[in-house]
Ligand binder design. Structure first.
Ligand code: HEC
Ligand code: HEC
Ligand code: HEC
Length: 448
């Protein structure tokens, strides 16, 4: 960030913080106003914005009332905090917030009483929201959400590590708080997609690698790290840029939209934390918004695979398995435990059992997601009225670390896939960290 940018964002932060009068309502544009898309999706403007921002994912627990808070989240190296009650209850929720106070906390992380929020709340992304969308969201939370008196839980951060005050410095160094400005020369769809992906959708919170201060290393298309894939809570949120094998380089815009709407497409099926993003947020979006996000994401260039050879299908391993030739390491375990769903040629049964051949997440340089889903299975994607009947079983008790490593290495090097081997040590680490009998490992961004 240049010094100019830095001082500019300081000035803007000052302006927002000091502003008590009603701000002028800006003119509606497709890029930054969600009203028409909400109508297309059949819900109110404010509820639609809440869906786009996926507030419910963090501000609810499975046992509690919607938006009443209580989800435990880890702040790396410091301790644990709880997402707060954002229902309109005056004591325990945000009932006393004026619009200006709400606008300030959503863009700069400064709460009504002046305390600073940890960036577990993705305000650096929400800062890009338009005035119209912010107002609609405020009206929805204040008028249409049932007030809940559920008290907020105290943070679990020891005195000396309580660095809320330092979040002001973090803001200056790590975050920008300017609302999204449509880029001249780009299409309406591209700008709308950028507004949703960089802003309300906070896709970078999981898919962009973080720096030393936990700041996202890139926040828009010009930054090569933006959406280039990142590890999180023992999953890997894979690359969403143009990387040809492990990113979206071989997907069409229609493939991207289909994935976000239904949780699957011909390349794969959503799993891990992405299931919650689809269930709570993207499957509620209008077709126009899905197309806009797809148009924007497909414009992101390749990062690490700019010169890589694109995937070419091969029948070698399918022929070996059919001939019961198990000379390739990992092939017998694959045949015995995986091939009845993912089949010997690795192509699965579209759209229910995902292919492993040509699937970008299978070729992710970071194998965490593959290890995690093989050990622990996956949550269910909701399609139409109810949950998908198909799901990935868990093999935690059935297979050893070495067997899982060998099977995944086989999958990553078969049918034309090209990715590095998986080691037993990598499996051991994730097996221990995700052991369901342990409760000391709190997730950083694991939603519900
Ligand atoms: C990725 C998780 C996450 C998402 C998504 C999220 N929040 Fe938060 N939010 C938090 C956490 C955690 C806190 C408390 C932070 C702290 O204590 O420092 C918080 C705090 C807040 C506060 C401050 C309330 C108070 O106690 O004064 C408001 C307001 C808020 N969020 C609104 C929203 C809205 C509206 C959305 C959806 C557009 C949203 N949040 C989405 C995690 C999230
Ligand atoms: C809470 C973390 C989280 C957030 C927020 C998130 N994702 Fe994901 N996403 C993941 C993980 C983990 C995966 C890998 C598992 C999978 O493929 O489903 C993934 C996978 C994907 C894939 C499939 C990639 C592939 O090659 O198969 C797409 C497309 C995607 N995300 C788009 C988005 C978009 C668009 C947003 C913002 C609206 C978003 N994600 C927000 C965690 C997240
Ligand atoms: C009963 C059918 C079934 C069996 C057996 C099975 N899987 Fe899966 N697998 C699935 C389904 C369904 C998904 C999609 C995620 C979901 O909906 O749970 C999946 C997803 C995956 C994924 C993520 C790919 C993606 O894009 O979703 C990997 C990797 C994977 N399985 C590996 C394995 C391995 C390794 C084995 C054998 C040890 C195996 N699977 C056995 C049904 C199965």
């Amino acid at each position: 960030m240049s010094l100019y940018k830095l001082s500019l964002s300081l000035v803007v932060a000052g302006l927002v913080a000091g502003c008590n009068s009603d701000t002028v309502t800006t003119e509606s544009t497709f890029a930054t106003d969600s009203a028409a898309q909400a109508q297309a999706a059949g819900i109110s403007h404010g509820e639609y914005v809440a869906r786009l921002g996926n507030c419910v994912a963090c501000h609810s627990t499975p046992e509690g009332e919607p938006l009443a808070g209580g989800l435990k989240m880890a702040v790396p190296m410091l301790g644990n905090i709880y997402a707060t009650n954002i229902t309109p209850d005056p004591q325990n929720g945000i009932g006393e917030y004026s619009f200006d106070e709400f606008d300030r906390v959503m863009r700069t992380g400064v709460a009504r009483d002046g305390h600073r929020l940890y960036p577990a709340m993705p305000y650096p992304s929400y800062a890009k929201m338009s005035e119209q969308d912010m107002r609609a969201l405020y009206d929805f939370l204040m008028n249409d959400v049932q007030a809940s008196a559920q008290p907020n839980l105290p943070e679990e951060i020891e005195g000396i590590r309580d660095v809320r005050w330092a979040m002001g410095i973090w803001n200056v160094l790590a975050a920008e708080d300017d609302a999204y400005e449509p880029v001249a020369g780009q299409s309406d769809g591209w700008n709308r997609g950028a507004y949703l992906v960089q802003g309300l959708g906070h896709c970078g919170a999981c898919h962009t690698p973080r720096g030393l201060l936990m700041q996202e290393k890139g926040t828009e298309d010009g930054d090569s790290d933006f959406l280039s894939g990142a590890p999180l809570d023992h999953w890997s949120a894979s690359s969403l840029n143009g990387d040809i094998n492990s990113g979206l380089g071989r997907w069409s815009e229609a493939d991207v939209a289909e994935f976000l709407q239904t949780g699957h497409n011909k390349f794969g099926t959503a799993f891990g934390t992405m299931v919650e993003v689809i269930n709570n947020s993207t499957r509620h979006m209008s077709d126009t918004d899905l197309a806009a996000m797809a148009e924007y994401m497909k414009s992101l260039p390749a990062n690490v695979e700019a010169n890589a050879t694109p995937y070419v299908a091969s029948t070698a391993e399918a022929d070996q398995l059919t001939a019961l030739d198990f000379s390739k390491t990992g092939s017998s375990t694959y045949y015995e435990y995986c091939s009845n769903c993912h089949v010997t040629s690795g192509v699965g049964y579209y759209p229910y059992q995902p292919p492993l051949a040509s699937n970008p997440v299978v070729m992710d340089p970071d194998p965490s997601s593959l290890i995690n889903i093989t050990l622990n299975g996956s949550l269910r994607v909701f399609t139409g009225q109810g949950p998908d009947v198909n799901d990935m079983p868990y093999f935690r008790q059935l297979l050893s670390d070495q067997q899982i490593a060998d099977t995944l290495t086989f999958i990553r090097s078969s049918w034309g896939n090209t990715a590095a081997p998986v080691t037993a040590a990598q499996v051991t680490e994730i097996r221990d960290a995700t052991d369901p009998t342990r409760n000391d490992d709190i997730f950083v961004l694991r939603m519900k």
